[in-house]
Design a protein around this ligand. Structure first.
Ligand code: IFM
Length: 459
């Protein structure tokens, strides 16, 4: 295959999230988050671990910035830990938390790495969950206040502001399926949570843009191409429902200012939508400068035929008579099918269906069962192959007219993979959790060549 050169100025980066890497859970005045509480509950995390130490990035951030510089990372997408900056989710900013991010930002800028921040990557202050969490409308206002305060403090050094990471996961894994914090299994609450997450997003974008119209504002969604397993009407309708609850429930209000009527109908048995007040959809539809797309897999689905069929995904509210169909493609260590064409398809879907701002792939990557070899190196040819094929799919999308401006690999270094604990390794850098030793994997060295040359080498 040929060498592929990306457009000039294309942003190459890596992404991380606060709870997954920072550790120092009880330090510097950090408050408790829903993930601290959830992970402490027996049976919630596959290996019984928590993010209390994680990659100890709070103490090792300078070393981690050096690693990024060595990997040719031009832009670093990371998240602020809300409970580190506002321990109870309200009030003034915590000076020690501000100090940590000041030091991180200054170090990044010193090394010529552009910071890109996500305001919410799932670590809600526990105090706000105790007050009702995202199903409670006030949480949207608390989020907007937090966003306004941290934006005022850090806007001088951060050009790109993402409000939420993957609100589908926050709402449906957190409040419907219960696999994520806070572990509730209340589908009606999940629908209200989705709305209030997006309301918080819209309020925050408005407030931040009013203060600094020169910066860029966006949101990151986890999107999936959804295909019907067969042309049968029931399967086509199954695909419509899953596309509705995973993609259009978020894309439509955010990019068009209105919920899709078919999704409203699909979930009518679960909620009466009374949480939507006049003007909310307009607020959610605040104009954006950037759409972040996280891509990992495609969903191929069919209608459930009998109660003996496998159960539906608990997060697919309104699509409980739908099951996922394995297609036989090779999978990553997460069991997710490897499907680079799916990246092309979802980029085309978004840019053709919506009046879409410039797109960045804010996450894509793969877990494999990486181990350090006897030579001390971590050889991960599967990840190089995975990234190579996905980068090529992204390039094809650009050639097909998608306004794609950058690509962030998930993730910089192995870290706490939520309900899977430390068993799944997504990093370009291997972390030995016993010693916190970082080793750049072969894929990290390969990525550095791509990022510094803006070119995917021939293979
Ligand atoms: O680790 C997560 C990340 O926090 C959000 N997107 C998906 C990744 C892999 O599961």
């Amino acid at each position: 295959m040929n060498a592929l050169v990306f457009p000039e100025g294309f942003a190459w980066g890596t992404a991380t999230a606060s709870y997954q890497i920072e550790g120092a859970a009880g330090e510097g005045g950090r408050g408790v988050s829903i993930w601290d509480t959830f992970a402490d509950r027996p049976g919630t995390i596959a290996d019984g671990s928590t993010g209390a130490v994680a990659d100890d990035h709070y103490h090792r951030y300078a070393e981690d910035v050096e690693l990024m510089a060595a990997l040719g990372v031009g832009t670093y997408r990371f998240s602020f830990a809300w409970p580190r900056l506002q321990s109870g989710g309200a009030g003034g900013l915590n000076p020690a938390g501000v100090d940590f991010y000041d030091r991180l930002l200054d170090r990044l800028l010193d090394r010529g790495i552009k910071p890109w921040v996500t305001l919410y990557h799932w670590d809600l202050p526990q105090a706000l969950e105790d007050a009702g969490g995202w199903p409670h409308r006030d949480t949207a206002h608390r989020f907007a206040d937090y966003a306004t305060a941290v934006h005022a403090r850090f806007a001088d050094r951060i050009p790109d502001w993402t409000t939420l990471n993957e609100p589908w996961c926050s709402a449906f894994r957190g409040y419907a399926g219960g696999q994520h914090a806070p572990g509730r299994r209340e589908p009606a609450a999940a629908m209200a949570a989705a709305h209030h997450l997006m309301l918080g997003h819209g309020l925050a974008v408005r407030a931040m843009r009013a203060a600094r119209p020169d910066l860029r504002y966006g949101v990151t969604l986890n999107l999936y191409p959804v295909d019907a397993a067969t042309p049968a009407a029931a399967d086509v309708d199954a695909a419509r429902r899953v596309d509705g609850i995973c993609n259009r429930l978020f894309l439509d209000p955010i990019l068009r200012g209105a919920y899709p009527p078919d999704v409203r109908d699909d979930v009518a048995a679960v909620t009466d939508w009374s949480f939507v007040r006049d003007g909310d959809e307009q607020t959610i539809g605040a104009p954006l400068d950037v759409l972040g797309v996280n891509y990992y897999a495609r969903h191929v689905v069919r209608a459930r035929q009998s109660d003996d069929d496998p159960p539906a995904d608990t997060g697919w509210v309104g699509a409980q008579r739908v099951v996922k169909v394995p297609t036989g493609r090779p999978t990553t260590h997460m069991g997710w099918e490897i499907d680079p064409d799916g990246l092309f398809d979802i980029l085309r879907y978004v840019s053709e269906r919506y009046d879409c701002p410039p797109i960045y792939i804010t996450e894509n990557g793969a877990a494999f069962d990486d181990r350090a070899g006897p030579d001390g190196h971590v050889h991960d040819p599967e990840r190089i192959d995975y990234l190579d094929r996905h980068f090529r799919a992204a390039h094809r999308a650009i050639e097909a007219g998608v306004d794609l401006r950058g690509y962030f690999v998930w993730t910089l270094m192995d870290n706490f993979e939520w309900a899977f604990g430390y068993r799944k390794r997504f990093g370009l850098v291997h972390v030995d959790y016993a010693t916190q030793r970082r080793t750049v994997k072969d894929s990290g060295h390969w990525f550095a060549r791509v990022a510094t040359s803006n070119t995917v080498e021939p293979r």
